[in-house]
Design a protein around this ligand. Sequence first.
Ligand code: ARG
Length: 459
Amino acid sequence: MEKMWAGRFAKELDAAANDFNSSIRFDSKMFREDIRGSMAHAAMLGAKGIIPTTSSEKIIETLGEILADLEEGTLDFDMNAEDIHMFIEAELTKRIGDIGKQLHTARSRNDQVALDLKMYMKTRTDEVIALVKELMEALLMLAKEHKGVIMPGYTHLQRAQPVTFGHHMMAYAMMFSRDIVRLKNAKALMNTSPLGSCALAGTTYDTDRDMVAAELGFDGVALNSLDGVSDRDYCVELSSCFAIIMMHLSRLCEEIIMWSSWEFKFIDLDDSYSTGSSIMPQKKNPDMAELIRGKTGRVYGDLMGILTVLKGIPLAYNKDMQEDKESIFDSVETVSACLSIATPMLATMRVNKENMYRAASGGFINATDCADYLVKKGMPFRTAYKIVGQSVAMCIAEKTTLEELPLEKYKEMSELFDEDIYEAINLETCVAKRISKGGTNVASVEMQIEYIESFLKNS
Ligand code: ARG
């Protein structure tokens, strides 16, 4: 097929160079956006008298037919086309001849691709937001069902203080709520239309960029044409938002993997989200969670990739920018796939509350509460901390626990200890007493649940 730009050249492009240069195998995803953008552009050209309205109407009508044919699969992409923009324009001209050739007046592929990618990524970002919300619903469900289930809370992966499983789930809900805010902020910041920037310097035609921007759902236009065609900040920013979502998912999955091990057995993944081993008959592996953890690396790589592509390119458009698409597409597709699997995996897992409780018991997880007991009886915290440290050491030496240490032994450590120590350090008390805002006590978790529920309703 003859290139649109063949007039300037004496020879055809080498076949391998053509393949190397072509982006249609990945940018054909943006056919809807390309067509919608062209329709808005044609309408503006007609309205401003830049091309006859008979032409703009014919162009819009035919673009509609091309869109329908692509949607229905009755028209195939030409894999020899340089990109989706060239393909649609060539198809238009094939169908309506010279009228089709008027479409590219006062436009360049540089502002066209910038527009298409922004529109495409806005839609995909909304889909990611919806998927994050579904995941948050699953976390909410778990939190509500298990808001009183006591488990060990860890620091350094050492048993630290008792928390509830509901509290633990709500920690992730908070992270994902920030992810939604981040995505919405990124969407708001990218919401200017580059179309009409043309190749780089603007145009000599009396265009109406605001008309096109409004028609396509943008808040306004990119105010500098050089920036308009070469701004890919939003790819970096969305990539970064996706990387952060993956980081959150990966942390959650790491816990799922740990919790489903026989050493923990805090949860059981449903069979429909687990796999077996080809050699070890007893195995039930958390492959979904591991893959999500693994795919996090890919999404981080996409972020590094786009940052590096952009770092050295002078204004305005350079072909390097074609590399934006595979990276951001991979990133959004990976994060969407991971969210889509994480939600049902969480929703179907079973929580073994007895095992959680057992792991929280007997491991000196109530030592802070033991010290707080002495403080409330008038001892300075540092002194109490030391005494309880010695009591723990004594328990370890005598192979017992704080719950079982006899009162006489406690009394040897401090006269302030009394019969009520046992009540003060039982796990239920430890959780119930953590009434500070954001703490693990049930009322506080209920407040967190309410906050996230209203967040979901309003966002
Ligand atoms: N396929 C190109 C891209 O993705 C479209 C823009 C081409 N512009 C150009 N001046 N060669 O970036």
